[in-house]
Design a protein around this ligand. Structure first.
Ligand code: SF4
Length: 258
């Protein structure tokens, strides 16, 4: 499959409909993927396909790349609306993630005081107090829960370490509503398991979870590019609108990306 790997520590800025001019940061290996999940839809491919590179950038390399690029962009007068941590896997797995967040916040305050700092995370490291504290300091902690049903998490996210939905939900509650919930919606089959995120069983429980967590924003999205699992289909915008309708009526801020 055509996997998308970010071969730089800092990349972009990329024009994003949602985030504006977004400068990306990859704290993971530059030529491989490293994640505590192995999602069937991951644009970086399967974990097993990324084993050839397991080298993480040091925090000094990250500081240098970030500072160099941000100073260059500021000098050129290039706008940066968001500094977004995503990249080739799970950014919070970097051992120096909290220090790197401190560094980027200082740099942002100096060079782009209006820019937001965003982190896309699968929430598996929220049990670590220092990771949670770092995520609470940034503007946009974007926390993934794809399903409140354990069998669907096992089928969609394929955790490759001990993972407890209950613990993750408990850790997310500590954000006191000040986070963005991100949920993928798809249909299909993988490993002999049929998955349908529009099924009533999933939709009802997911809405209940949204009400319980009451995030300040909810991002619903579907697959956009080639996926490592071959038998997956998109969920339509109309289907997601229908799933979101009662939540929107209750006042939740739901963003849908088809
Ligand atoms: S959590 Fe993100 S990086 Fe990790 S496997 Fe899933 S989609 Fe890929």
């Amino acid at each position: 499959m055509a996997t998308i790997l970010f071969n730089e520590i800092v990349f972009g800025p990329i024009k994003s409909r949602r985030l504006g001019s977004s400068l990306g940061v990859n704290l993971l290996p530059r030529f491989g993927k490293w994640c505590s999940f192995d999602c069937i839809y991951c644009e970086c491919g399967w974990n097993r396909d990324g084993k050839k590179d397991t080298t993480l950038p040091t925090k000094e390399e990250v500081y240098q790349a970030l500072e160099g690029r941000l100073r260059q962009l500021a000098q050129e007068g290039t706008p940066v609306d968001t500094i977004t941590f995503s990249g080739n896997g799970e950014p919070t797995m970097h051992p120096n993630f909290p220090d790197i967040i401190e560094f980027v916040l200082k740099l942002r305050d100096e060079l782009y005081p209006l820019a937001k700092v965003s982190v896309l995370t699968n929430a598996t490291r929220l049990g670590k107090e220092e990771v949670r504290a770092a995520l609470m300091k940034i503007d946009n902690p974007i926390l993934k829960i794809d399903s409140p049903l354990k069998w669907m998490v096992d089928a969609i996210n394929i955790p490759n370490e001990a993972y407890s939905l209950e613990e993750t939900i408990g850790n997310i509650k500590l954000f006191n509503h000040n986070f963005i919930l991100q949920t993928m919606f798809l249909k299909g089959e993988e490993g002999g398991v049929q998955i349908d995120c529009t099924a009533a069983e999933h939709v009802e429980k997911w809405r209940e979870l949204v009400r319980e967590l009451a995030p300040r924003e909810i991002m619903m999205y579907t697959i956009d590019r080639e996926t490592p699992a071959k038998n997956l289909q998109k969920v339509t915008v109309e289907e997601m609108e229908e799933i979101a309708r009662p939540l929107k009526e209750e006042g939740f801020n739901v963003q849908i990306r088809g």
